[in-house]
Design a protein around this ligand. Sequence first.
Ligand code: CYC
Length: 200
Amino acid sequence: MTHATDIGTLTRWMAGDFCNQTQAIDNPPFFAHIRVCMRPMSSDFLPGTCLFLEQAYDFALNQPYRLRVLEFLPLDDKILLHNHSLKEGDRFFGAARNRELLQQIKPEDIVEMPGCSMWVEWSGHSFIGRIQPGKGCKVNWKGQDTYLDNEFEISADRLLSLDRGRDLVTDERVWGSIAGPFEFSRRSSFADEIVDGIVV
Ligand code: CYC
């Protein structure tokens, strides 16, 4: 049985190689075929438990377009997720599928993204994450200033993600899905690399 601050279960569920192939085949105008791969990083990398995230089009796995480090920390009865970007991401392309390269990432190689921390809560059967309130996670989209509005849900069998950018003044959607969340299923899991909350 899991509970609200069970970072072990949360990160074991998230540690995997996910894709939305079914959705991309069923609804091609709205959903590209995307891969999201999250790999546990060494337990002593940062104070919290860390997953390295690589996001890519399925046809261009070697050219990922988003690399991040997600750090999970217990706080009161919730989990706080800090998002970090990489200073020189292209040095670490492929690290989510290559533990030798993953181990070369140093804390100096990443920067925390201000305003982009998320709260993750236990729903009873899944964990639901949402950006902290305040329109603070700024994303410049083709020259326009937007803020991130998001929600993701992870359970034993799937990952749903709805990331959208909104205009800072009007709150209108500027980027992100207009057809509901991305629905990812797990192609493979790295859960066995996390034992009792420790990365092995
Ligand atoms: C943006 N997604 C963002 C941002 C954050 C997250 C913090 C704004 C800053 C930035 O990183 O550029 C964070 N979204 C998350 C986290 C999860 C999540 C931690 C849990 C896995 O769902 N992003 C994803 C999805 C995917 C996605 C799996 C749907 C295909 O992680 C899309 N997120 C997406 C896009 C942006 C974004 C297109 C706009 C920023 C950009 O990449 O240019």
